[in-house]
Write a protein that binds this ligand. Structure first.
Ligand code: NAD
Ligand code: ZN
Length: 243
């Protein structure tokens, strides 16, 4: 066990798409990522939602299909077990950039969904009072309209070109400025704001660790330790849970 969490009082874990790769949900970046086949940065941009919402639904329809057919994997389960096994005096926050909801399905409780959830739908009109709702249908053809205001409905996720949701962003900053262990898992660390988060943790004096399939490029000096490999294979041994 390289990371003995009993030594820490305020633990923050940050996860990225790599954590869900073993569940069959492909990453955008990285080896085998879908970035090279589709320019997700272009089609996943908020400007497409404004002009061609059918393309937004088509792109995220694929992700919704994968999410519907997936199950949490060992990486999700280890993180849920870790949280369950802590002493009540220890704080634990799992900040995720993933939009697949698999951490909660695995049993994680204190989860901050920084980029939203692709199985939730909301109205694109900010002034509309339609409450966001859970919906797992695919909707990859055509566009759904809001029953209240007839604006386009959209997946409740942060598109490229959009700001992070203020509440989740504030929650993340609050725990980062005061943490003593920070572990980023399955994220390239180059999608803002993840790269900044490790700096905040480092400034707070935390032990900072990156667990990812590929080495950081460029290297982020705020990470003091790096473990390379698949999250689902490394995490049980690293945390001494579930193996
Ligand atoms: P990212 O920058 O976090 O990159 C994913 C990283 O995971 C890559 O560096 C890759 O090397 C690594 N990786 C791949 N398989 C791994 C494994 N088995 N174990 C450990 N690491 C592994 O994220 P991205 O893919 O560029 O996506 C950008 C954004 O798009 C995300 O932040 C997220 O909001 C969204 N997205 C979400 C999902 C999901 O919810 N599952 C999937 C794709 C994209
Ligand atoms: Zn509406």
């Amino acid at each position: 066990m390289d990371i003995d969490v009993s030594h820490y009082k305020r633990i923050v874990i940050l996860t990225g798409a790599g954590v869900s790769a073993a569940s069959g949900i492909r990453t955008f970046r990285g080896k085998d990522g879908i970035w090279d086949e589709h320019n997700v940065g272009e089609y996943g941009h908020v400007s497409v939602l404004n002009k061609r919402p059918d393309l937004t639904w088509k792109l995220f329809g694929q992700l919704r299909t994968q999410v519907r057919e997936s199950q949490p994997n060992k990486a999700h389960l280890v993180l849920a077990a870790l949280e369950r096994n802590l002493d009540p005096s220890q704080q634990f926050t799992l900040i995720t950039q993933n939009v697949d909801g698999l951490h909660r399905r695995a049993g994680s409780i204190n989860v901050v969904e920084l980029h939203g959830n692709v199985t939730r739908i909301r109205c694109s009109n900010d002034d509309c009072d339609l409450a966001p709702y859970h919906d797992e249908a695919i909707h990859d053809r055509g566009v759904l309209l809001c029953q209240k205001c007839l604006s386009v409905l959209r997946p409740d996720i942060v598109l490229f070109g959009e700001q992070l949701p203020p509440v989740q962003s504030a929650q993340a900053k609050l725990v980062l400025q005061d943490c003593d262990l920070f572990v980023a898992i399955g994220t390239s660390g180059i999608v803002p704001p993840a790269a900044r988060y490790v700096q905040m943790a480092d400034t707070a004096g935390a032990r900072t660790i990156c667990v990812n399939l590929e080495p950081m490029a460029p290297r982020n000096a705020a990470f003091k330790e790096e473990y390379l490999g698949k999250a689902e294979e490394l995490l049980p041994g690293l945390f001494g849970v579930g193996h």
